[in-house]
Ligand binder design. Structure first.
Ligand code: NAD
Ligand code: IPM
Ligand code: MN
Length: 350
């Protein structure tokens, strides 16, 4: 039998609860295809940092690079200064493995409760740039702690970096409903904004079948809430994409359902799949976290590695489970592990 060689980073908080459910779904889905999952656990996150002061060493990176893919729960902990794990672990992985495509789909399953009164048919894909923007850490501060303090956080946008993610987004639009929306703020951020606009125009000329549209990120907050069904593929920079996808998560039935993939489409490095949400310290350790976002991230992982049927089985199980919740309120009281049990049962058909 063939083997899927997976690196597992549970991370912090609810990451430790949702990842095991994701792994069970992965194994259940691959079993009929005769694929075994070999997992290697990486002890990364708050615990490791407290013990050793390390976030992610070069040795960790070299070892992680050898796997077919990475499954990550979440990182971040109230006991660790903000940014240490987020930058030193999560972003180091995304940058180091050149995850320039951050895929974040939203699909509202009919009946699932959403804050929108009349959502219509919601099925869009955010293609968030993953290796540039204000996330690069190109900034600094002076006169720290004084009234004259200065702090900068410079957004980096390269033509090569923008073009590669825009190309990917156009290909996704071709394969979907043929619509692409660029989200930026080129009325104010004229340097980066016009670079994005020009590249979308240029690449768009090679895709005459794709209808191209633009929204400023502020107005996008209105459109997403008032009329999300008009969107198909949304392409945007790293920070706008972060913000847009939390709203997208809420619209799509809650952040506990929102999946993501940090993808290196060239295959030069392993891609990494993780729920959009964080470590949720407010509910950690209470069996309250919804593992669905992680399970749907596993479906993205399976698709990425070409296991199309197992991916469809996982997605169907998750979507049926969401539809069942909409029909039966008693299912809302299930905990993390119990939802995992039900998803595995649905995948295996046992
Ligand atoms: P969060 O996503 O952890 O939590 C936001 C809210 O959503 C909380 O009320 C939480 O209880 C709820 N929530 C999140 N996931 C849920 C789930 N699966 N089921 C049910 N409810 C869920 O965001 P935050 O509170 O801003 O951040 C907490 C920590 O996580 C911070 O340290 C932050 O830096 C980190 N973080 C990490 C990632 C990541 O690893 N990818 C993403 C976002 C935030
Ligand atoms: C996410 C998170 C991360 C981001 C943080 C924790 C670095 O919010 O995955 O959406 O901003 O990308
Ligand atoms: Mn985020």
């Amino acid at each position: 039998p063939s083997i899927l060689d997976l690196a597992v980073i549970e991370g912090d908080g609810i990451g430790k609860e949702v990842v095991p459910q994701g792994l069970r779904a992965l194994e259940a889905a691959l079993e009929p295809a005769g694929v075994a999952v070999r997992t290697t656990d990486y002890d990364l996150g708050a615990g490791r940092w407290h013990r050793t002061g390390e976030t992610l060493t070069d040795e960790d990176m070299a070892a992680l690079a050898k796997h077919d893919a990475i499954l990550l729960g979440a990182v971040g902990d109230p006991g660790v200064p903000s940014g240490v794990l987020e930058r030193g672990l999560l972003l180091k992985l995304r940058f180091g493995f050149d995850h320039f495509v951050n895929l974040r789909p939203t699909r509202l399953v009919p009946g699932v409760s959403t804050p929108l009164a009349e959502p219509g048919e919601v099925d869009f894909l955010v293609v968030r740039e993953g290796t540039e923007g204000p996330y690069v850490g190109n900034g600094g501060s002076m006169r720290t702690g004084t009234p004259l303090e200065v702090a900068t956080e410079v957004s980096l946008n390269t033509a090569v970096g923008v073009e590669r993610v825009v190309r990917y987004a156009f290909e996704q639009a071709e394969a979907r409903r043929g619509k692409l929306t660029l989200v930026h703020k080129h009325n104010v951020l004229v340097h980066a904004g016009h670079l994005w606009r020009r590249i979308v125009e240029e690449v768009g000329a090679e895709h005459p079948g794709v209808e191209v549209d633009y929204a400023h990120v502020d107005a996008m907050m209105i459109y997403l809430v008032q009329d999300p069904s008009r969107f198909d593929v949304i392409v945007t920079d790293n920070l706008f994409g972060d913000i847009v996808t939390d709203l997208a998560g809420a619209i799509g039935g809650g952040i506990g359902l929102a999946a993501s993939g940090n993808v290196n489409p060239t295959g030069a490095f392993p891609s990494m799949f993780e729920p959009v949400h964080g470590s949720a310290p407010d509910i950690a350790g209470q069996d309250k976290a919804d593992p669905t976002a992680t399970v749907l991230s596993v479906a993205l992982l399976l698709d990425h590695l070409g296991h199309v049927e197992p991916a469809a089985a996982v997605r169907a199980a998750a979507e049926n489970d969401l539809a069942a919740r909409a029909a039966d309120a008693s299912l809302a009281s299930r905990g993390t592990a119990r939802i995992g049990d039900d998803l595995v049962a649905a995948i295996t058909g046992r």
